[in-house]
Write a protein that binds this ligand. Structure first.
Ligand code: ATP
Ligand code: FE2
Length: 327
């Protein structure tokens, strides 16, 4: 069985093809701006411009024709409405053209399930750290439950804002990492864990108002201290979720999980707790259609499918809104 996956929750438009054993292609095109944040209308135009070309390339790379596709899965939620709508429409067009069913996939759950698929773990806890999302997720009683999350911005967006303040351009995360390697000192920063949740906006304000104008503080020291502080916050909540749930496996997901320091700290935590650790390769961490195809395959196999007429999108669907009937 061949599944075509479509990712379209934000700036990435992606197409992937998965045959149940192998991801045959996993390609994308990312909407970028020269300056400033994304403009939803322009992002939608970008996705419309690239969708057919990406489809052709994905089929060619997979050595398949459109008629070989059995199912189309698409990211139905959560995300930016303008972007989700293009993915939904493209999925409907393909589904009606070749008369195959659709599978709607929750993007956050796909970040978790892709780690589960490649690690072959039974029941992992996910540390999901991306641009817009920061959540600690585990399966319990029919749904993926959020054990802790950010109370304000996602950690990636926080790092990007900090990068902007430091004059690094977008995305900030990778540049903050590079800069942190030159650091000499650790600066004590606000450490913001509230129960099982974390927050970042106060830390950003502290850096802006207290550190940026201080000539004795280097950018490298800020970057190093930020990483040590915010990744410790994430891992404190992760450790507590592991203690509460008794889960013995941790997987990382989302673009911020590309960070070598976060990977190192997570691995060390797992060694200390004597539990298993897994981080997927980069192409499955950043937004990608491979994870949508992989989860779509699993959901379809369990009997979930939809015709084009009933297909939907939902910008606000939460991880714990979805009944996980495919487990
Ligand atoms: P979601 O909808 O799941 O929130 P997203 O599109 O907002 O996804 P991703 O594509 O998963 O986010 O990740 C993008 C983020 O990852 C950016 O904020 C970027 O700064 C961050 N990032 C990428 N590489 C690194 C790195 N090496 N270290 C830290 N952050 C990184
Ligand atoms: Fe994502």
């Amino acid at each position: 069985m061949i599944v075509l996956g479509i990712e379209s929750t934000a700036h990435t438009f992606g197409i992937a093809i998965f045959d149940g054993k192998k991801v045959r292609s996993n390609i994308k095109d990312v909407y970028k701006t020269l300056q400033g944040g994304l403009i939803p209308r322009e992002m939608a135009n970008h996705h419309i411009e690239v969708c057919y070309e990406l489809l052709e390339r994905a089929l060619k790379e997979s050595e398949l024709k459109l008629k070989d596709i059995d199912v189309v899965s698409y990211s139905a939620s959560p995300g930016i409405g303008h972007s989700l709508r293009i993915g939904l429409l493209f999925a409907k067009i393909i589904s009606e053209k070749i008369k195959v069913p659709l599978v709607p996939v929750n993007h956050c759950i796909a970040h978790l399930e892709v780690g589960k698929y490649f690690s072959e773990f039974e029941n992992p806890l996910l540390l999901y750290a991306s641009g817009a999302n920061t959540q600690i997720i585990a399966f319990n009683n029919g749904r993926y439950r959020v054990f802790g999350e950010t109370l304000d911005t996602g950690i990636g967006n926080f790092l990007d804002s900090l990068g902007y303040l430091l004059g690094f351009g977008f995305p900030g995360g990778p540049k903050i990492y590079e800069e942190s390697l030159k650091a000499q000192n650790f600066i004590k920063l606000p450490y913001s864990v509230k129960g099982m949740d974390v927050s970042f906006s106060g830390i950003l304000t502290y850096i802006r108002t207290r550190l940026l104008n201080d000539p004795s503080v280097t950018k490298a020291d800020i970057c190093y201290s930020i990483q040590e502080t915010v990744y410790s916050m994430l891992l404190e909540v992760t450790e507590r979720a592991i203690a509460h749930t008794g889960i013995k496996e941790l997987v990382l997901g989302g673009g911020v999980a590309m960070n070598k320091r976060l990977q190192e700290m997570s691995k060390k935590l797992c060694e200390d707790l004597n539990i298993k650790y897994f981080c997927p390769e980069g192409q499955y961490l950043m937004d990608n259609a491979g994870m949508i195809a992989i989860l779509g395959y699993k959901m379809y196999k369990s009997g979930i499918k939809m015709d084009a007429k009933h297909a939907y999108m939902d910008p606000y669907e939460r991880t714990d809104d979805v009944d996980v009937t495919w487990k």
